[in-house]
Design a protein around this ligand. Structure first.
Ligand SMILES: [Fe+2]
Length: 407
């Protein structure tokens, strides 16, 4: 991708200017980092070294994995998927090229400060989704696993390769099945469940020694509640396929499919949060939303003040202040205890709702933000009816004995 450059005559810049992009010399050397305040001294130094004409760059690659890398991954994904459809396998050459691709991507990450992830979302066909998805999961896993700072470079390389190839087994399934609108029936679901095994067999033939790649492909559909494709005990699984899985789910949710529209990044993060102890464990979700949330969602928060959340203690609480250090630990007013029986939920409101800062509370964790508008509306109404909370303004609630909080 070409980078747009704009000529700047330094003699026209005032000493206190701050440019939001870096400045480059004519030869392409970066001579000033983005957002560095200029001074007379700095301007004179640059002019002495590089002349008065410099270049201001609006590269699309800024803060992102370079576009040319993303597009070469996309081409590679196409080649691999098409090769499997035609020959039922991947050639040694293609596998080697994929290894090289993830290696340079990893080098990009280590060398630069990525602060945003641009995912491929322009889908024109089913095939586009298949190719784009493998690249998007690769991008998400790259940044997430790198930022986690707990893997060696070799582990990272294998995870990236596992991410890139995680769904190759699908190429051995019927296109109609993959693209079916609506829910799969039992037989179709059984066929779909075979794709991790089919992918594993393709990889095992080329590279029998890389266990991490194999685990990523085999176990990326396992769940915390043990109701995944294999139903394996989740706690015994390695972390690698769990990371692939959460990135896989995020990209699937935010992609337009024939049977549903795409969720916004914020909604997808909320859906992922609400799958605590169901699809994923708390720790993985917490790391995912805290590390990748700001990269994906622009604003760090994907839920809001005055929403109602469920706690692990079978309590409901009103969110009054968003988590600062940890996005999953807001300040809340706990107002009821509930019990779920098969057909109904029994709610017991506390006579005196109380404030809890989840950052300091060792017992309580937030496991769900209620998304059913009717449910939220009736709960808030109940709180007002029972005079447990009071209206501060509009639909804003607070503790009865607390000073009105107006911002
Ligand atoms: Fe899959």
């Amino acid at each position: 991708m070409a980078t747009e450059r704009l000529k700047i005559d330094l003699t026209y810049l005032g000493p206190d200017s701050v440019l939001i992009y870096p400045i480059f010399s004519n030869a392409g050397e970066k001579i000033l980092e983005a957002r560095t305040p200029l001074s007379n001294e700095k301007i004179t130094n640059i002019i002495e070294k590089h002349g008065k004409i410099v270049y201001y760059s609006f590269s699309e690659d800024m803060g992102n994995i370079p576009n040319h890398r993303i597009y070469s991954a996309l081409n590679k994904s196409r080649e691999i998927m098409d090769e499997i459809v035609k020959t039922d396998q991947i050639s040694k050459a293609r596998y080697k090229e994929s290894e090289e691709l993830v290696e340079v991507m990893l080098n990009d990450l280590v060398a630069s400060e990525t602060d945003t992830i641009k995912l491929l979302k322009d889908l024109n066909s089913f095939d586009d989704y298949t190719y784009n998805h493998s690249v998007n999961v690769l991008l998400l896993v790259s940044v997430f696993s790198h930022k986690l700072k707990r893997f060696s470079l070799d582990e990272l390389k294998s995870m990236l390769l596992g991410a890139f190839l995680h769904d190759i087994g699908k190429m051995k399934l019927d296109k109609q099945l993959l693209n079916k609108r609506g829910k799969l029936d039992v037989t179709e679901y059984q066929k779909m469940k075979r794709h991790p095994q089919l992918g594993y067999e393709i990889i095992k033939n080329i590279d029998a020694s890389n266990k991490i790649v194999q685990q990523c492909i085999l176990f990326h559909h396992e769940k915390f509640n043990n109701k995944g494709y294999y139903g394996l005990p989740y706690e015994n699984l390695p972390l690698y396929p769990k990371i692939i899985s959460i990135c896989d789910v995020f990209d699937a949710l935010t992609s337009k499919r024939p049977y549903r529209s795409a969720a916004s990044p914020a909604d997808a993060l909320k859906i992922i949060l609400n799958s605590i102890n169901n699809h994923f464990d708390y720790d993985l979700i917490s790391k995912f939303v805290n590390i990748l949330g700001p990269f994906l969602n622009n604003t760090r928060h994907f839920y809001g003040k005055h929403e109602i959340c469920e706690l692990n203690t079978n309590e409901l609480a009103l969110i009054i202040k968003l988590g600062e250090k940890d996005i999953l630990k807001p300040e809340v007013i706990v107002f009821c205890k509930f019990q779920k029986s098969r057909s109904r939920i029994n709610v017991k409101f506390y006579d005196k709702p109380f404030k809890v800062n989840l950052e300091d509370d060792k017992l309580r964790i937030m496991i769900n933000v209620l998304s059913n508008e009717y449910q939220v509306y009736s709960l808030k109404n109940k709180l007002l009816e029972k005079s447990l909370l009071r209206v501060v303004k509009m639909d804003t609630l607070s503790l009865i004995d607390e000073e009105a909080e107006v911002h």
